[in-house]
Design a protein around this ligand. Sequence first.
Ligand code: IPD
Ligand code: CA
Length: 269
Amino acid sequence: MSFDPHALDLRFEAAKALAYEAGDVARRRFLDRGSFTIKFKGPQDYLTEVDQEVEALIAGKLARLFPGDGFIGEEGAGRDPMDGHPVWVVDPIDGTSNFAHGVPHFCISIAALVGTEIELGVIYDPMVDELFAARRGAGATINGVAMKAAATRHLKDATVEIGFNQRAGLDKYLRLIGRIAATGASTMRGGSGALGVAYVAAGRSDAYFENFINAWDCLAAIAMVKEAGGYASDFLANDGLRKGNPVLAAAPGLKDEALRLAAIEGLVP
Ligand code: IPD
Ligand code: CA
């Protein structure tokens, strides 16, 4: 499936402008903590009014700019694309639990794909004013400077992130941490899958593992990892776009060891 590359470049520019605009809204609301209420979609699955407000802003603007494009958003906004048109995949606030607790580590994540190609990915962290961006075939940048995955070759030397949500279950999570920590790797959890995977692209982290994650949490960042020379598992296999999937992103030299030792069930390499 192909789509006019210039039309995709235009969308890339639009996504960056929208990420800044949405990020400004999220930052303002975050700093005015009394301005929003917090609800739950499920156990430990936070939802604030700001998630919905930011998704409506992004979905509305994209529909006006590119009426033939499809849309999938974490908070439920959806639209089918016209034949051959891109589909936008948006997480209005990734790291909602951090946002709700006053922890300044969250982001806006916007990806667009045509068929199974992630054509662009944009992530904006409004609290440190960092814009991560990747366009397929044209590299990945952070605030305009090229990103490159780390040169790490062994998990024993690595710092890695292991994401968690209730959907994949606690047992699997504990077993995964056990296998990875046993290698000597230092493990962490930052609470935003989008930033966690983007940090692999930036060489700030050596790998990101999660037993189950949704497309809006990780597609933009996967585009970045690939463009930054890193390894990312085939997230879109088995209808990952709609159903979610496990994910592994890693520095290129860690790919084989990480795949073998993580042994994540259902992961398509
Ligand atoms: C979650 C975060 C978390 C990841 C979960 C996601 P949310 O998204 O990205 O780090 O481990 O899988 O669901 O709820 O903050 O938008
Ligand atoms: Ca999310």
